[in-house]
Design a binder for this molecule. Structure first.
Ligand code: GRF
Length: 206
């Protein structure tokens, strides 16, 4: 089953690129219909264009969160999206926005990637915080989004080591390589229907 994906990004778009490449290579059975960014300078916009995907910027500066989300929804509504993929989207989405993606099974069809083994190190600086804490092992989490930040039903986690001679930069690079492998793999499990067992009870959404 091919699934239709929409993306929201704020920055360089390396996860977006990995996913679009997997679609192009045929390892991810999905269609990418739209990429929305909140920053006109986001490199994700040029990544989308490179892969021939519609790209739209709805800036978050100068707009209230409610107005910005309303404009995003107007754009997304025309795209019949199965899953909304947050690939480095750095703004918190409101519950009313998420409700537009509510699945009859009782969860939001919104997927996020976070660069730590949640529930450790939520927030915007997960790589830095894990590294500075001195962890020996960190990892990547891909989860369904709920109303709390970096929280929700965990679809997959993959660990990676932190070596004694790591710098923050080598540590981040090791994690990013895991992100780029894991994200397309998890989206493929959604496309293949392997997660059709998901239920309201399982994901514990009110
Ligand atoms: C990634 O580290 C992701 O885990 C986090 O934001 C970063 C986005 O990077 N949520 P990119 O824009 O995909 O390169």
């Amino acid at each position: 089953m091919s699934i239709n994906l929409g993306f929201m990004c704020s920055g360089r778009g390396t996860n977006l690129r990995a996913i679009l490449q997997a679609i192009k290579d045929g390892t991810l059975d999905a269609h990418a219909s739209i990429v929305v960014t909140n920053d006109p300078a986001a490199k994700a916009l040029s990544v989308a264009k490179e892969f021939g995907v519609r790209a739209v910027c709805i800036p978050s500066t100068g707009l209230s969160r409610g107005d910005q989300e309303k404009q995003i929804l107007e754009v997304l509504e025309t795209e019949s999206i199965d899953f909304l993929v947050l690939a480095g989207y750095m703004r918190i989405l409101s519950e009313s926005f998420l409700r537009s993606f509510r699945d009859p099974r009782g969860f939001y069809r919104v997927v996020n990637i976070h660069p730590s083994l949640l529930p450790a190190f939520p927030g915007k600086s997960a790589y830095e915080e894990a590294f500075n804490y001195g962890v020996k092992v960190s990892g990547i989490t891909i989860h369904l989004v709920d109303e709390k930040v970096d929280h929700g039903f965990i679809l997959a986690q993959e660990a990676f080591p932190r070596f004694d001679d790591d710098t923050l930069s080598t540590f981040k690079a090791r994690g990013l390589a895991v992100e780029h492998k894991l994200f397309p793999e998890v989206l493929q499990t959604l496309a293949s229907g392997e997660l059709s067992f998901l239920t309201r009870e399982l994901v514990q959404l009110d």
